[in-house]
Design a protein around this ligand. Structure first.
Ligand code: ASC
Length: 143
């Protein structure tokens, strides 16, 4: 019963999202990726030593990264890979590969949030998380 309710909620969310204009969805997707890039960029700069490492700031940026990564999934709606979007329309046809890439990214950001409290654990997890960004861009982002 619980499963059926969850499925129904999922369907209604998908339908309500589909009712949104593609332009708005693209704006939401691009804005959310800017939030992702801003927060990941700050963590990458700390990992590289370009800015000083700060435990509290690193944890804030990593937690935002998890939240934005969770949000961005809602923006991948078929019919919105058009116009100014850099999303490759094959996201819709290679959905299972795309979902695997997305899950790897989300897992990596969660591990990054756990690793952010110490520079020695932050550094390698920044590298691994960046790898999951790149893996998805290689197949699904058009530059
Ligand atoms: C960033 C950013 C990306 C990723 C990617 C990692 O900081 O804006 O798109 O990292 O370059 O490979």
């Amino acid at each position: 019963m619980k499963k059926i309710s969850l499925i129904l909620i999922g369907i209604s969310l998908a339908l309500s999202a589909q009712a949104v204009e593609p332009k708005k969805v693209i704006g939401f997707r691009q804005g959310t990726f800017q939030v992702i890039a801003w927060n990941f960029g700050t963590l990458a700069a700390m990992a590289k030593g370009d800015i000083p490492y700060d435990k509290a700031q690193a944890e804030i940026h990593a937690n935002r990264l998890v939240m934005a990564t969770e949000m961005v999934k809602e923006s991948f709606i078929p019919g919105t890979y058009i116009g100014e979007s850099k999303a490759n329309p094959n996201i819709a046809t290679k959905e299972s590969i795309f979902n695997e890439r997305y899950t790897a990214l989300l897992e990596a950001t969660k591990l990054l949030a756990s690793a952010a409290g110490d520079l020695s654990t932050l550094k390698p997890q920044v590298g691994k998380t960046g790898g999951t960004c790149k893996a998805c861009h290689d197949d699904f982002k058009m530059d």
